[in-house]
Design a protein around this ligand. Structure first.
Ligand code: KIV
Length: 265
């Protein structure tokens, strides 16, 4: 098995090879996709798409550990990145290192992802010093939804754009191994990508990032509560599931299932 590491990811940027990341929250999905994709993200988007919360705020460190363990069991070769959920790193540096340590030690993640820039830099440095790789997350940071006032494109004006560029540089200096850029104008993402030696992974950040990430249920057409503009559907798995279930119900009702080959004699 060809195990991906943080070094693989940095090398790919150097060689101008595009990186791929998809969210993943369980064993079955990890078995299906981990051989092909570079990184699996146990995102706190599991709050929306797995647990049915309105946003990612209620997700806990224990939720992340539970899902990371399942992903780890199904993984064959992808780098496992897990989100640090809301309030697991903001309060103080000690908490941040303790929680990152649990996600790596108990969950089996190789990298933790943290939302925010200069305001969380002390935490990022301390986690990296504790030998845990950190992926940054800038632009639209869903854990800040109540402060941002909605899911809006970030960095549209000059001041905000400069802060994003500066935050990206500070994250790199602090030891981050990559940065997710979410919902930022394509030109700005391009500038940030050019300014860094670590890779940028875009979601709604245009074509010039070093890699792309999508929520797996969005791209498979399984989560249809809302679909942001940046999502491309590569399948209609939700419909396939509904059709299969209808077929099953029909066959049970009409006595077509079980068939002879499904019974014990
Ligand atoms: O939680 C998540 O799925 C994420 C991606 C949207 C990048 O952070």
């Amino acid at each position: 098995m060809n195990e991906k590491t943080v070094i693989t990811i940095l090398d790919k940027k150097r060689k101008h090879e595009k990186l791929t990341m998809l969210t993943c929250y369980d064993y079955v999905m990890a078995k299906l996709i981990s051989k092909d994709v570079d990184m699996l993200l146990v995102g706190d988007s599991l709050g929306n798409v797995k647990l049915g919360y309105e946003n990612t705020i209620p997700v806990t460190v224990d939720d992340i550990i539970y899902h990371t363990k399942a992903v780890k069991r199904g993984n064959s070769g992808a780098l496992i990145v897990a989100d640090m959920p809301f309030m697991s790193y903001e309060i103080d540096v000690k908490d941040a290192v303790t929680n990152a340590g649990r996600i790596v030690k108990e969950g089996g993640a190789q990298v933790v992802k943290i939302e925010g820039g200069s305001e969380v830099i002390k935490q990022i440095k301390a986690i990296v010093d504790a030998k845990i790789p950190v992926m940054g997350h800038l632009g639209l940071t869903p854990q800040a939804i109540n402060k941002l006032g909605g899911f809006k494109v970030q960095g549209r004006n000059k001041k905000d754009a400069l802060k994003l560029i500066n935050d990206a540089k500070i994250l790199q200096e602090a030891g981050a191994c990559a940065i997710v850029l979410e919902a930022v104008p394509e030109d700005l993402a391009k500038k940030i990508t050019k300014a860094l030696i670590i890779p940028t992974i875009g979601i709604g950040a245009g074509r010039y990032c070093d890699g792309q990430v999508l929520v797996v249920y969005d791209m498979l057409g399984m989560f249809v509560d809302f679909t942001p503009k940046f999502v491309k559907r590569y399948g209609n798995v939700g419909k396939t599931i509904q059709n299969a279930v209808k077929n099953y119900i029909d066959e049970v009702k009409t006595g077509k299932f079980p068939e002879k080959r499904n019974i014990y004699i």
